[in-house]
Design a protein around this ligand. Sequence first.
Ligand code: ZN
Length: 151
Amino acid sequence: MHDLNELYQTVILDHNRRPRNYHPMPAANRVGSGHNPLCGDDITVYVRLEGNRIADISFQGSGCAISKASASLMTLNLKGKTIHEAEAVAGGVLQLITSGNTGGDELSDLAALAGVHQFPARIKCATLSWHAALNAVQGEARPATTEKPGD
Ligand code: ZN
């Protein structure tokens, strides 16, 4: 268990230091956001849906290492999924975060989030971006932004 905790920490620190898909997305047609007042985490998730598939997904915001790493892992795991598949993945991850049960797949990157269940105060940090992503894909479409840089 000690070694697993070290592995989990390495994944979290790596994604915090180099978050993947960390940028705004002008072409997004769905947006979701999450705010965790207990910790000060503020995450915005951008999604470009094509039909019912997540063609692209990114996030921006500020927050603690866990919220940022979880959001980074979220984008990697939901990109290319259909809404239905994304809901299934997110549901599994939300359960993993709160229960610590990896379902036997202890070495996947997502399993790093299982360590969070030992720190109940941080569970919201880890779940924030997943809820924001679900809100985005299940929410209303927004018109594509017409802003151009420099306007
Ligand atoms: Zn946090």
